[in-house]
Ligand binder design. Structure first.
Ligand SMILES: Cc1cc2nc3c(=O)[nH]c(=O)nc-3n(C[C@H](O)[C@H](O)[C@H](O)COP(=O)(O)O)c2cc1C
Ligand code: SF4
Length: 488
């Protein structure tokens, strides 16, 4: 591990920026154009109401990004189902449309119409918090014949193996760890040590088996609501630790035609896309975010991603946004009472790389994935725009990516959080005023704790007596970056 300095930058003059590729337009779908190739990718800020509605804090958060006039702004992962999911945005019912409409209006107003607004649509499976071992053995562990057989094999104690359920549960609470490890199967050990987690391969669970039947309609209906709200399009979330990425994964060995071979693994993502495309107007943008590399043992690598990208382009996706890692498979063990977080572990670090990383450093780290996918897509004759993200912190980085044809849009999540005006500052020749992200992931730690996400560079800069500043519940952090008077 090496600690890297931020890249030195000679920011462009306004005249140079005026000719820059990054600030030039790019088509997005059949009928829409993004005015610039600057892009703010999805970031969950934990500001929705507990029942999934847009709040004033959500409006303020996106208005703040809109004032920086990115070419494209992607709204955080938004649930497609009508089920409680905490303070995450939802689009699973028509009652969510008025809030999303307000959101579209606010972004249009604050960007002066310069920003295309997409909503990232997500489906996810159940994940439980890591239990107290006593609670796990008392309530969650299933006592069945298979478990009794394993107890017998592990202990040789026939009386224990056939004892009452209560006695067996009581034995587990005091048994040495080695005996527990010999007795529980891998999923039970995971449920004990990490919290139980459903997988798309759990075909014994009827709702998991049925996913290919229900998801196309759920995604299509949610996309139609986003369209009704006046947004420009949707980004289908096929990346990281969630349902659709799990279908695409090499680890998906479903035997019902929706797993195994690459064609099988791509089948549901393609069917979801087709259902969404058929439900919305031709000009409505429908693209997706998927992984250029899962960065897990046995997972999909770049060669899978290249083939997936070409298939998605052939299917008519309006853009391909390439991310990396962010999986549950290698997530760190959570504390008791907390859920596993997919941005820990190696794959998580590759998704949101920090300055403390290997020799290559975090800057532009994931660009080669997008470049390889784009090259293959172009070689097949498709013009589908490709989006790259990961450690983009300067104008030179972005401009070089575009100059080399490695991507068509260059996205910045954390740098845009650190300074939502940075695109405008650079464009206007005021790059020296950019508040530069430190890439140490204070914001990510807040996300992990499900706390309102803010940036260490600006969240303490306010007058506590100023009632006009929205603050976290403890009153210690401001929720949006202060406005830069010189940004426009
Ligand atoms: C607080 C936070 C929340 C995020 N939430 C999402 C999300 O909802 N969907 C998603 O695809 N990526 C999410 N990401 C990942 C970013 O979109 C981006 O891919 C990643 O941070 C790497 O880009 P960067 O180096 O420009 O920050 C999140 C990142 C952060 C820091
Ligand atoms: S909290 Fe740190 S990593 Fe996150 S945006 Fe701010 S400076 Fe960057």
């Amino acid at each position: 591990m090496v600690r890297h300095a931020l890249p030195q930058e000679r920011w462009p003059s306004a005249a140079v920026a005026a000719d820059a590729r990054w600030f030039s337009p790019c088509s997005l779908g059949a009928q829409r154009v993004a005015l610039r190739r600057t892009w703010v990718p999805a970031m969950v800020p934990w500001r929705a109401s507990d029942d999934g509605f847009v709040t004033q804090d959500v409006l303020d958060w996106y208005a703040r990004f809109a004032r920086g006039k990115p070419g494209v702004l992607v709204v955080e992962a938004t649930g497609i189902r009508d089920v409680p999911s905490g303070p995450l945005l939802r689009a699973g019912h028509d009652r969510f449309v008025p809030g999303l409409t307000q959101l579209a209006d606010v972004v249009r107003e604050h960007s002066g119409g310069a920003t295309r607004l997409l909503v990232q649509l997500i489906d996810f499976l159940a994940i439980r918090r890591r239990p107290e071992p006593s609670a796990f053995f008392a309530r969650f562990l299933r006592v069945d014949h298979a478990l009794r057989d394993r107890v017998l094999a592990a202990t040789g104690d026939a009386e224990l193996a056939s004892a009452s359920e209560d006695r067996l549960r009581a034995w587990f609470t005091t048994a040495p760890r080695a005996a527990i490890d010999r007795t529980l199967d891998a999923r039970e050990r995971e449920a004990l040590d990490f919290g139980a987690r459903e997988r798309v391969t759990d075909l014994h669970l009827p709702h998991v088996r049925e996913l290919p039947r229900v998801l196309p309609e759920l995604f299509a209906a949610a996309a139609a609501r986003v369209e009704a709200a006046g947004c420009d399009g949707v980004e289908l979330h096929y990346a990281h630790a969630y349902t659709m990425a799990s279908f695409l994964s090499r680890t998906n060995d479903r035997d019902d035609g929706y797993g195994g071979s690459l064609a099988g693994r791509m089948r549901l993502p393609l069917e979801v896309h087709a259902a969404v495309r058929a439900r919305v107007a031709a000009g409505f943008v429908v693209g997706c975010r998927f992984l250029g590399d899962e960065v897990i043992d046995g997972g999909s690598r770049l060669d899978d991603a290249v083939a997936i990208g070409v298939a998605f382009a052939r299917a008519g996706m309006d853009f391909l946004s390439i991310s990396k890692g962010g999986k549950f498979d290698d997530a760190k063990q959570p504390k008791v009472g907390e859920a596993a977080y997919p941005y820990t572990g190696k794959s998580g670090h590759e998704c949101m790389p920090t300055v403390t990383i290997d020799e290559r450093g975090p800057f532009s780290r994931n660009v080669p994935l997008a470049a390889a996918i784009r090259a293959a897509v172009r070689a097949e004759g498709f013009a589908t725009p490709v989006v790259t993200a990961g450690g983009i912190a300067t104008f030179s980085q972005a401009e070089r990516v575009l100059e080399l044809g490695e991507a068509d849009f260059v996205a910045a999540a954390r740098q845009s959080l650190a300074d939502p005006d940075w695109f405008e500052k650079v464009r206007l020749g005021k790059g020296d005023e950019v508040r530069r992200c430190k890439f140490t992931n204070y914001c990510e730690a807040l996300d992990q704790q499900h706390k309102q996400v803010t940036c260490q560079l600006w969240d303490r800069t306010f007058d506590p007596a100023d009632a006009g500043v929205a603050k976290s519940p403890d009153g210690r952090r401001r929720l949006v970056a202060p406005d830069a008077p010189d940004a426009s």
